[in-house]
Design a protein around this ligand. Structure first.
Ligand code: ZN
Length: 371
């Protein structure tokens, strides 16, 4: 994930796990934070620290830590942030509902003029992730405000609502994205986008949100000095394109039915010897070590079980690639390559196989293994 953050100029910021009690002035500005903190246990120090409930307030304070000028904008702060929610034990549900959650979260502070480009870039990032994970069916839910509820359910900024909603809609239309517009469902402080995705077996999940915020920056006292020297309040885009990663992994397990592609498989490669002949093990061990040195998640099965049973076990564990080694492979300096669910795909010289595996992982494709 970090690979896809850095090219978009999202520098990494802090990884705090504890945060101070929500101060009164922020409690007023950020009701959600206060509510979430109330559901966490105090860590019991005189200053009353809590486990971190959300990343937004921390990023806002980084923004506010120094005077900002229009030249600093857009300022994008990204964090592989871990937050905590005190879900009741009866509400916990596998990976879908957990107490400790990770997100590739970011906040983009920008001017109104920069908004459309920034929003478009965030959108492109979502589409990039969908391609990476082979998600073919998705739809964006664009939640807008209801003018009759300004000042109650929605912050009373009619002109900003119209302007930001128009810009979001224009970007969605121009990108040709399938979206539905849902009135009266926006967040208090701005329009938002949720992404609905469908797994390979057709079940629907909501995985990501992207929110425009034009109210909280004002309450946090975020300001920048504009070209004409006047003080202005930035817009803020909150984006977490994969939602909580625990939940997203739950989705991926179902989407791939546990048969992860090589680059994602928890165990990418298993090296299997024909029995436990020491000569074979001596030949196989450096192969495992070499793969691990290249950061490949490789395991060894050098036990005495019949090779058929070892292969069956690897298949059952959904190991993506099996390298089977018998006396003939040892003699020829090769391995027999098996792919999960596809069986034996032929022998490969060890010297050619390792680069092919690395290439297959890098390109997220099995094609380099087919040659
Ligand atoms: Zn946020």
């Amino acid at each position: 994930m970090l690979d896809s953050e850095l090219p978009h100029s999202f520098p990494e910021v802090e990884r705090a796990i504890a945060e101070g009690r929500c101060p009164a002035e922020i409690a007023e500005a950020h009701a959600e934070w206060t509510a979430l903190q109330k559901r966490l246990r105090e860590l019991g120090s005189p200053e009353s620290y809590y486990l971190k409930a959300m990343n937004c307030p921390h990023h806002h304070r980084i923004f506010a830590a120094q005077p900002r000028s229009y030249r600093d904008l857009p300022l994008r702060l990204a964090e592989y942030g871990c937050c905590y929610r005190y879900e009741q034990s009866g509400e916990l549900f596998g990976l879908m509902r957990v107490r400790s959650l990770n997100m590739n979260d970011a906040h983009i502070y920008c001017t109104e003029d920069q908004f459309a480009d920034e929003f478009r870039a965030v959108n492109d990032m979502y589409l990039h992730y969908f391609r990476v994970f082979g998600l073919e069916k998705y739809r964006m839910r664009f939640s807008t405000h209801d003018p009759s509820k300004l000042g109650q359910k929605f912050v009373d900024e009619p002109a900003l609502w119209k302007k930001t909603e128009d810009m979001v809609r224009a970007v969605l239309v121009e990108s040709g994205i399938d979206f539905v517009e849902v009135p009266n469902e926006a967040a208090f402080y701005g329009p938002k986008i949720d992404v609905q995705v469908w797994s390979a077996i057709g079940r629907e999940f909501t995985i990501a949100t992207n929110q425009v915020d034009f109210a909280v920056p004002a309450k946090f006292g975020l300001r920048y000095r504009d070209r004409d020297n006047s003080e202005k309040i930035p817009l803020c885009i909150h984006r977490a394109p994969l939602g909580t990663h625990e939940r997203f992994i739950g989705f991926l397990i179902e989407h791939y039915a546990g048969n992860f592609p090589l680059w994602l498989a928890p165990e990418q490669v298993r090296v299997i010897t024909l029995g436990d002949d020491p000569a074979l093990i001596e030949y196989a061990r450096p192969i495992v070590q070499r793969l691990r040195a290249e950061m490949v998640r490789a395991e060894a099965d050098f036990g005495s079980d019949p090779v058929k049973a070892k292969i069956a076990d690897a298949e059952k564990s959904r190991v993506h690639t099996m390298l089977v080694i018998g006396p003939r492979d040892l003699e020829a300096g090769q391995v027999s390559l098996r792919l999960h669910g596809k069986g034996n795909v032929g022998s490969r010289p060890v010297e050619a196989l390792v680069p092919a595996l690395l290439e297959a992982i890098r390109t997220r494709s099995d094609a380099p293994l087919a040659a």
